[in-house]
Design a protein around this ligand. Structure first.
Ligand SMILES: [Zn+2]
Length: 64
């Protein structure tokens, strides 16, 4: 997720430069969203892996 190329509707400058309060608010919000997804994805991956292992173990138990 990138906001480097996002242009502010208020000052028409890149939001990442934070030239006006609208820029800074948007930048902060986008950074929080970025951090949220960055923190979420490894957890989702681990949960998916756990489900996959459980499914394989169940399948192996049933067929054996
Ligand atoms: Zn701005």
């Amino acid at each position: 997720m990138t906001y480097d190329r996002l242009v502010c509707a208020n000052c028409a400058a890149p939001v990442s430069e934070g030239r006006c309060p609208v820029c800074r608010a948007n930048r902060e919000r986008l950074q929080q969203e970025h951090n949220f997804f960055a923190g979420l994805n490894p957890m989702a991956l681990i949960a998916l892996l756990a489900v996959l292992i459980a499914a394989v173990a169940l399948l192996a138990h049933q067929t054996a």
